[in-house]
Design a protein around this ligand. Structure first.
Ligand SMILES: *[C@@H]1O[C@H](CO)[C@@H](O)[C@H](O)[C@H]1NC(C)=O
Ligand SMILES: *[C@@H]1O[C@H](CO)[C@@H](O)[C@H](O)[C@H]1NC(C)=O
Length: 591
């Protein structure tokens, strides 16, 4: 967390114990294939060592036991289906919020990568100069909201000022999803304004050298000026799973637009390596070796460094109009692993959540896996993602009804739908705080937990979960923050489009009002909150770029007419940039 380029990372800012220093190496510096085998044979035993009563299959059984009797899918309430027409006052309130954010940034920091609303200044990711981090990330939202004047000024900035000739190291993944993704969506939504495609392609060409490793897995960092991949030595040169597997929608769409195979091949190669490296049980650890193309013994989780790997499995399948079965197979395999090992039920309110597995030495020096009941806010993408997967990959016919009917989904589809609905509910439960905002990380109580863990948090915390390390009278832990993240409203948007159930609009509106009340800065912009369970709030002087690209976009779409960016025609990249579904003209798929 020392280099400027690294501090900006979105997906790992919540990282706590699972730093690379904790990547356990089985016997020496390098994991041998024998070492790997040994580790994985022990996975089952490790789970037994750290066994808890409600582990793994219990939630599944609970679900399957019910499914025969239901006539409706869970989460589908009869008579709750709205007309899908826009809720105009609420939609317009979100547009007003976007303008409050954008106009302050434009006034104080136009062109800078990031914005600090209290000091009224901007900053760049590196001293070599900005790369349009905020501008490129925000343009498609302006186009979707119909903000023509703002759009024209942003376009002029891209035409006249945007440069990628910066001799400094940038995060490969963040630059791809935010800047390249933003430019590609702007190209599509502006009716093919070529400026955006040229800029996106120039950026892609500067990123391509990162893929030149022994395995084909891209390096974590890129020097955009020198056009060189740079290993991330903070992580021993290892690459994270989410980062290498969350470039595919962008590079594949660029290949489709330009007819250049190279973008397709580089992105697809990564997926072939991941498939070949498959770990037993369908699980994926969060680090890979770019030399050998193998998973390292590291945490297994759906939060930082893991999250969007799963998101992009289903979305790659959807991007090419459900023509590439390999992604559907990889997705199903991963979801089964998640259900078998990570899906848990909380002890009193029976909330469904996902835990993490962390490698750990036993007293005898053997490797086991400790189940940690920790869920990042980042994991809240998964509820909506599972519902989307259930109605496509898990459907017996296409398209399914809205809401889907029980008989339209396969057994796996029903399983994923139910878990998805429950996870959205759980994420809403993590908003039951003094501010109505949810923290960066929650821990769930386990049977036999020391009481002090949660007694230490404030009295109004629900008993099922708590914010670790948050004690009254002490500075709040980093887990207690809300940094304007989108994942819960992203799931609410998907859940609403797939069910038409107005409860999801109501929940999204409650979150929007909490953001307005606690994050809005009077003089312009929005700021992160240091402790979601304390009022009045203390702020952090930062407005993350994903507020304008994701959080406000998904809220807008939640209240917009459902014909705006229909899910049957678009996939959203992990930064909420929409790309159209297409039938590929490339050779695709691999085995
Ligand atoms: C960010 O980089 C741009 C381009 O080099 C530069 O014009 C601007 O002054 C920089 N902003 C800050 C705050 O350093
Ligand atoms: C996707 O495939 C269906 C047929 O399976 C076809 O009707 C539809 O036009 C395709 N969509 C696109 C965007 O190519």
């Amino acid at each position: 967390m020392t280099e400027p380029g690294l501090r900006q990372r979105k997906k790992d800012s919540s990282e706590t114990s699972a730093t690379p220093k904790n990547v356990t190496h089985a016997g020496g510096d390098k994991i041998s294939s024998l070492g790997n085998l040994y580790v994985w044979v022990l996975l089952g035993a490790g789970l037994l060592i750290y066994q808890f009563p409600n582990i793994a299959k219990a939630p599944l059984r609970l679900f399957l036991g019910q499914s025969g009797r239901d006539t409706h899918l869970p989460g589908v309430r009869p008579n709750s289906v709205s007309t899908f027409s826009a809720d105009i006052p609420k939609r317009d309130a979100v547009v007003e919020a976007f303008k409050h954010a954008w106009l302050a940034y434009e006034r104080d920091a136009m062109g800078d990568d990031e914005y600090h609303p209290f000091s009224h200044t901007g900053s760049n990711l590196t001293a070599a100069g900005g790369i349009g981090y905020t501008v490129a990330d925000s343009i498609d939202t302006m186009l979707i909201m119909g903000l023509d004047d703002e759009y024209q000024r942003a376009r002029t900035w891209v035409a006249e000022k945007l440069s990628f000739d910066r001799d400094a190291e940038f995060n490969t993944f963040e630059t791809t999803i935010r800047v390249m993704g933003g430019l590609l969506a702007a190209y599509h939504l502006s009716d093919q304004d070529h400026l955006f495609l040229e800029k996106a392609q120039e950026l892609a060409d500067r990123i391509l050298p990162t893929f030149e490793t022994d395995s084909g897995l891209p390096l974590s960092l890129v020097n955009l000026g020198l056009k060189e991949g740079v290993p991330d030595m903070d992580n021993n040169g290892m690459v994270s799973t989410a980062e290498v597997a969350t470039l595919q929608l962008e590079f594949r769409y660029l290949a489709h637009l330009t007819d250049e195979d190279i973008y397709w091949e580089k992105a697809e190669r990564v997926m072939a390596v991941l498939r070949a490296a498959r770990m037993p049980h369908g699980l994926a650890s969060i680090f890979l070796s770019p030399k050998e193309g193998r998973f390292m013994t590291a945490s297994i989780r759906l939060g930082s460094r893991g999250d969007s790997y799963y998101e992009y499995l289903i979305k790659q399948y959807l991007q090419t109009n459900q023509t590439e079965d390999v992604y559907r197979e990889m997705y199903d395999d991963a979801m089964t692993g998640i259900h078998n090992y990570l899906v848990q039920t909380s002890i009193s309110s029976k909330l469904i959540y996902t835990a993490e597995l962390n490698p750990e030495r036993t007293g005898q020096g053997e490797l086991g896996w400790r189940l940690t009941p920790k869920q990042d806010h980042l994991v809240c993408f998964l509820g909506g993602s599972l519902m989307l997967g259930a109605t496509t990959s898990g459907a017996l016919l296409h398209p399914v009804s809205v809401p889907p009917r029980l008989e339209e989904l396969s057994e796996v589809g029903k399983r994923d739908w139910k878990t998805g609905v429950e996870l959205v509910k759980t994420c809403m439960a993590t908003h039951e705080t003094a501010t109505g905002l949810s923290p960066e990380i929650v821990h769930f109580r386990m049977p036999g937990d020391e009481v002090e863990n949660y007694a230490a948090s404030k009295g109004n915390m629900p008993s099922d979960w708590y914010i670790k390390g948050s004690k009254p009278g002490h500075p709040p832990s980093l887990d207690a923050r809300y940094i304007l993240r989108p994942e819960t409203v992203e799931s609410l948007f998907l859940a609403f489009r797939l069910t038409g159930d107005t409860q999801y609009r109501d929940q999204g509106w409650a979150i929007f009002q909490a953001i307005e009340k606690h994050c809005r800065v009077d003089s312009g912009g929005y700021a992160s909150v240091k402790n979601v369970d304390q009022v009045p709030v203390e702020h952090e002087d930062k407005m993350e770029t994903f507020l304008m690209s994701e959080t406000l976009k998904y809220l807008y779409l939640l209240f917009a007419d459902a014909s705006v960016l229909p899910l049957s025609e678009y996939v959203f990249n992990t930064e909420a940039h929409p790309f159209p579904v297409f039938n590929p003209s490339f050779r695709t798929g691999f085995s």
